[in-house]
Design a protein around this ligand. Structure first.
Ligand SMILES: C[C@@](CO)(OP(=O)(O)O)[C@H](O)COP(=O)(O)OP(=O)(O)OC[C@H]1O[C@@H](n2ccc(N)nc2=O)[C@H](O)[C@@H]1O
Ligand SMILES: Nc1ncnc2c1ncn2[C@@H]1O[C@H](COP(=O)(O)OP(=O)(O)O)[C@@H](O)[C@H]1O
Length: 268
């Protein structure tokens, strides 16, 4: 069986407090986007894991796909599988690629071996693998709270808009990004501000990681401002970076100087 784990962007990200467990509570809209890896599982005599495409730093034995397989194997008599991941979503990009791979591995094994786990049960497993992972079980625009692993419905669609992603060939560690933030509780909730027209978001919808990461990596803010100059209705960093995205009302010629980066554009 083959599935195509997709990336996400964060539309607004407020880090509201540091928790007793060392993690942070946040508020954000997670929005799935059609930028995908490829994940395949084939029953085999022995479990194995192979990666193609973009290099993933770290020991493949600790890859989130294998960790997802091992997590389910504790509770179910899973047969050995040959897992293959073709990686296309940039790493350390704030696009949740690793989390999507983990969640899609759970989904794939659930279907392929008819484990009959509900979405809620899959989300409980996914939470054990990473804060972002549970989102990718239902994989639709959600307003996320707590560690980013609790969900409320939100009426928000970017359908018809063109999304441009710029990955400036720079991987940012999520843990390090969190270490530099100063949590604060906003007077007006992000959810309320997201319900206003997109044209208002430039003034009202912010990603808190930008405050600490833009001074460290000025190129990120330069790219964001250039997306506005190119006509974006809204531009922001996604998650803990480093991808900067712009939302446009139509397809845009990508400025020449962006060619040194990885650029992705799609009408949603
Ligand atoms: C920042 C966000 C926003 O969507 O996404 P990315 O930019 O990574 O895609 C997420 O909160 C990233 O979630 P995820 O990448 O799953 O993080 P985890 O593996 O659970 O945690 C990595 C590290 O980040 C910190 N962390 C993560 C989530 C959270 N709510 N509070 C935290 O403090 C912790 O230091 C933790 O050790
Ligand atoms: N399947 C995977 N794809 C990407 N990264 C993975 C995967 N499994 C584990 N990782 C680890 O997760 C980290 C990056 O996670 P990723 O999801 O790419 O970034 P982000 O959290 O910024 O969205 C890297 O340290 C990488 O080694």
């Amino acid at each position: 069986m083959i599935l195509f784990p997709n990336a996400k962007i964060n539309i607004g990200l407020q880090i509201t407090e540091k928790r007793a467990d060392g993690f942070h509570n946040l508020e954000s809209c997670f929005y799935p986007i059609p930028l995908n890896d490829l994940l395949e599982a084939i029953p085999a005599d022995q479990t194995s894991f192979e990666i193609g495409g973009i290099d993933i730093p770290g020991d493949p034995a600790t890859n989130l796909c294998l960790r997802a397989y091992e997590l389910l194997k504790r509770d179910f008599a899973l047969p050995p599988v040959q897992l293959y991941l073709y990686k296309m979503v940039p790493i350390g990009a704030g696009l949740g690629g690793g989390s999507a791979d983990a969640a899609f591995t759970l989904r794939l094994l659930n279907e392929q071996f008819r484990l009959t786990l509900s979405d809620e049960q899959l989300e409980d497993y996914a939470r054990q693998l990473g804060s972002d992972c549970a989102f990718f079980i239902q994989n639709r625009p959600r307003y996320c709270t707590e560690k980013g692993d609790h969900f409320e419905n939100i009426d928000l669609s970017l359908s018809g808009y063109t999304l441009v992603l710029i990955y400036p060939n720079l991987a940012i560690s999520t843990a390090q990004a969190y270490a530099n933030v100063r949590p604060n509780k906003p007077a007006v909730s992000l959810k309320t501000r997201l319900q206003a027209p997109i044209s208002t978001w430039r003034e009202t919808v912010h990603n808190d990681f930008e405050n600490s990461l833009f001074p460290m990596f000025p190129i990120l803010n330069t790219i964001k401002q250039e997306l506005y100059q190119a006509g974006a209705v809204y531009a922001s960093m996604s998650g803990s970076g480093s991808t900067i995205y712009g939302i446009f009302e139509q397809k845009v010629p990508v400025p020449n100087h962006f060619q040194q980066y990885q650029v992705w554009q799609k009408t949603l």
